[in-house]
Design a protein around this ligand. Structure first.
Ligand code: UDX
Length: 416
């Protein structure tokens, strides 16, 4: 086979962000070397299978040249490495940099043998000042190594689409040559490309997610007030959304935000803010309200039924439809509260049961039909199939605005 004319890049960390970045640039014509620690992930990708449930990913994997490996040495076949390793939260909410620092050190060690220039692109989410203060020092005596920051704004379930159609590209740089290098890779994307210093790029990611979280808690707070006034918050949101300064999206009131990013990034930003001696009052309330919504839902249930000894059915465990991910799902605090109330739980989700079962092995997982036989039903994820259910004669507490559920004999929306 002839030598590929395609340029080769490497991607370190093949989770949601890394795999999407690898496949996305693969679709743009690059040859990809993907490095990960998880042998199962590597084996799946090399068989053209997607280790994550993401719309269109498996099909796209057939059209790209992505080779997954355990071996950092393969990175020497590329001149640019995107670091997409996960940066989980420490117990105090701050960002755990162990994996990212380890990946950079592995790269620096691997690149000892390399004379020519190599660009490391930090795509993992790190609080402002991290690249400059923690990662740059790791390459300080290596003039041929450069670093840039390039945050991602990918939504789970739409990650590949969001990669191929970004609303903006952010490039954080500490010198123009490195920035130019990365800029060249994004030339073909049809969107604004902003070039900033390193920590501004890092802050744009956190500020964006903190704003999205604030928007959700805002509409949930207004929903809680509107419920007491007998006003439909969804009509209010519709009226608000015509103002282009407000916009129509991200105003769906309900049981709150889940997912691996919004809460984690909000808490990391608050932890950093407090370490700088500033108490982030608004962000603190955004987080508190999001923690409170599930409790509010249980109080609504108790208005209609004493949970102790009763069977409570849960429809939806994933943190949102279109994914099997249960990280920070609002179903977690709801199940915890129901267990405290000594209810018997029957749960159904079209995709997320295997992941949820690892957290709650002892609750009962059932079919949709079985769950509907429960004494009361709680809706926590707005899967389309839940709009095709017969709720007549049921007691339904709705956390996600399923219009069909209004036919129930007892229907309560969490904030409508
Ligand atoms: C989010 C950001 O959207 C994305 O830009 C960032 O890169 C990662 O975090 P994601 O967590 O995948 O993406 O999901 P998203 O679609 O934003 O939803 C997050 C949570 O907010 C879900 O639990 C969803 O149910 C909830 N949500 C979203 C609402 O409750 N109301 C809304 O109007 C929108």
């Amino acid at each position: 086979m002839g030598v590929s004319s395609k340029k080769t890049i490497s991607v370190i960390g093949l989770g949601y962000v890394g795999l999407t970045t690898a496949v996305g640039f693969g679709l743009k014509g690059y040859k990809i070397i993907g490095v990960d620690l998880d042998k199962e992930v590597i084996a799946k990708i090399n068989r053209g299978l997607s280790p994550i449930y993401e719309e269109g990913m498996e099909e796209a994997l057939q059209d790209v040249e992505v080779t997954a490996t355990l071996d950092y040495g393969e990175v020497l076949g590329s001149d640019i490495s995107f670091l997409c390793v996960h940066t989980p939260a420490n117990s105090d909410g701050s960002v755990n940099l162990d994996y990212l620092r380890g990946a950079v050190l592995q790269l620096v060690d691997t690149l000892q043998a390399k004379e020519g220039p190599h660009l490391m692109v930090i795509r993992s989410t790190v609080v402002p000042g991290t690249t400059e203060g923690v990662l740059l020092p790791l390459i300080k005596d290596r003039p041929n190594l450069q670093i840039c920051v390039n945050p991602e704004f990918l939504r789970e379930g739409k990650a590949l689409n969001d990669f191929m159609n970004p609303s903006r590209i952010i490039i954080g740089e500490n010198n123009a040559q490195a920035g130019d290098w990365l800029y060249e890779m994004y030339q073909s994307f049809n969107c604004p490309i902003l070039r900033t210093d390193l920590k501004t790029a890092e802050m744009i990611k956190y500020a964006s997610n903190a704003f999205l979280a604030t928007r959700i808690s805002f509409i949930n707070e207004l929903g809680n007030i509107c419920k007491k006034l007998g006003i439909d918050i969804y009509r209010v949101a519709e009226g608000m959304g015509h103002d282009e300064r407000i916009g129509k999206s991200y105003l769906a009131a309900g049981i709150g935000f889940g997912g691996s990013c919004l809460s984690k990034d909000l808490e990391a930003l608050m932890a950093q803010s407090r370490s700088l001696g500033y108490e982030p009052g608004i962000l603190r309330e955004v987080h508190r309200l999001n923690q409170e919504q599930p409790r509010r839902l249980i109080e609504l249930l108790k208005k209609h039924l004493s949970p102790k000894g009763k069977t409570v059915g849960i429809l939806g465990l994933a943190f949102k439809p279109g994914t099997d991910d249960v990280r920070e799902s609002r179903a977690i605090p709801v199940v915890e509260a129901l267990l405290q109330e000594e209810a018997r739980i029957k749960a159904y989700d079209p995709k997320a049961i295997p992941h949820f079962k690892r957290l709650f092995p002892r609750i009962e997982y059932a079919t949709l039909e079985e769950v509907l036989k429960s004494d009361a039903i709680i809706i926590l994820t707005e899967w389309p199939e839940f709009e095709r259910v017969d709720y007549k004669g049921k007691v339904v507490i709705d956390g996600r605005r399923l219009s069909k559920a209004k036919e129930a004999s007892v229907y309560e929306g969490i904030c409508w």
